[in-house]
Design a protein around this ligand. Structure first.
Ligand code: DAH
Length: 357
């Protein structure tokens, strides 16, 4: 019986001395594990006389229970110490000033596309899209630019490699093919804009092989030239935020419109600098009444439906509105440039957006 009392003392001392879960587990194994001291003593019961077993049995069982209870309570104590420690080290100090985060910026082209969309959105337009890789039919033929038409030469088209399977695909030279795709896939009336990337084999101070355009198309039963004029005058005044901006429509030629016009807005030139508003003129877009042949190509009856279209370069008007001098910098992905000319992502897109800082 002394053995049991001694063992109990040693084990409870070791339990109390265990500083962490691993040490405690080692004590548990040494006492109650398969080869543990208590387990061994219990195995010895089999070799005892019935008399001895009568006293040793209950004593050993009690020892086992006591040790198990001591182990358990030590375990809980250690756990709560560990939890306190974690709570102390992982405490969130809400009074700390936030660490600076690196914020991304909206590219001026994306910003201007959002602004254009906001103005036309208010006028009831929705946004349409089309592929960058186009078929000749959508980029030219259906826009009344047949194969021998001289306008094809002016487009400096990038053609994809000949795959030997039918005609060669091309990179769209303007957003006008989206007009065709929209009319082909939907029933009139239409009131859409289509912003997107366009490509021409051209590169100098003011031209990049990839650039951006926005197309517009309005077709209904009685849309006429005065709707075209009112809509585009309203757009330029809202977009440039100049209420009395001069606008003028100059006769022009496009194969897909008849009559065709170009829209100039008032500007002021001073040496190399150019500002919006004033008595000088700056060309901003091409437009016109959609040619009946174009409507016929997409199966829209020109005796029932008519309307206007326009196409505008986005990059140039972004440069104008935000005083960005070099077009090529738009596409160089220089982060310093983007931080300077970009827009805060937290601004609400639309006309409210100004320069980031
Ligand atoms: N697609 C023409 C271009 O890239 C721009 C244009 C002019 C589009 C007149 C139109 C339009 O929809 O009516 O030069």
């Amino acid at each position: 019986m002394d053995d049991i009392a001694n063992l109990k003392q040693t084990l409870s001392d070791s339990i109390a001395a265990a500083e962490d879960q691993a040490a405690l587990e080692a004590v548990r194994v040494s006492a109650l594990g398969k080869k543990g001291q208590v387990t061994q003593l219990m195995k010895g019961l089999g070799g005892m006389s019935p008399e001895e077993r009568k006293t040793a049995g209950p004593a050993l069982n009690a020892l086992k229970d006591e040790i198990a209870t001591l182990l358990d309570s030590r375990k809980q104590a250690l756990e709560s110490v560990e939890m306190d420690l974690r709570l102390a080290t992982e405490r969130v100090d809400v009074s700390l000033t936030p660490r600076p985060e690196s914020e991304g910026f909206i590219h001026p082209v994306s910003q201007v596309i959002d602004e254009i969309t906001a103005v036309f959105g208010d006028m009831g337009f929705s946004v349409a899209e089309g592929p960058d890789i186009e078929q000749d039919f959508y980029n030219f033929t259906a826009l009344n630019i047949p194969p021998e038409h001289p306008a094809r030469q002016m487009h400096d088209t990038f053609y994809l490699n000949d795959t030997g399977e039918g005609e060669r695909m091309l990179l769209r030279t303007h957003t006008s093919p989206v007009q065709i795709r929209t009319m082909e896939n939907n029933k009139p009336p239409y009131r859409i804009i289509a912003p997107g990337r366009t490509y021409r084999c051209d590169s100098d101070m003011t031209h990049t092989p990839m650039f951006h355009q926005v197309e517009g198309l309005v077709i209904d039963r009685d849309i006429n030239m005065s709707h075209l004029k009112g809509c585009l005058q309203e757009f330029t005044r809202s977009f440039f935020d100049v209420a009395d901006l001069n606008v003028r429509f100059r006769p022009s030629y496009f194969p897909f419109t008849e009559p065709s016009a170009e829209l100039d807005i008032g500007c002021t030139r001073n040496g190399n600098s150019l500002t919006i508003g004033g008595d000088d003129w700056l060309e901003v877009l091409g437009c016109g009444m959609v040619h009946p042949k174009v409507l016929e190509y997409v199966g829209v009856d020109p005796n029932e439906w008519q309307g206007f279209a326009f196409g505008m370069g986005i990059d140039r008007i972004a440069m104008l509105k935000y005083g960005i001098p070099d077009l090529r910098a738009f596409f160089e992905s220089d982060l310093r440039w983007l931080r300077h000319y970009g827009f805060s992502a937290l601004d609400v897109p639309g006309l409210a957006g100004g320069l980031a800082r």
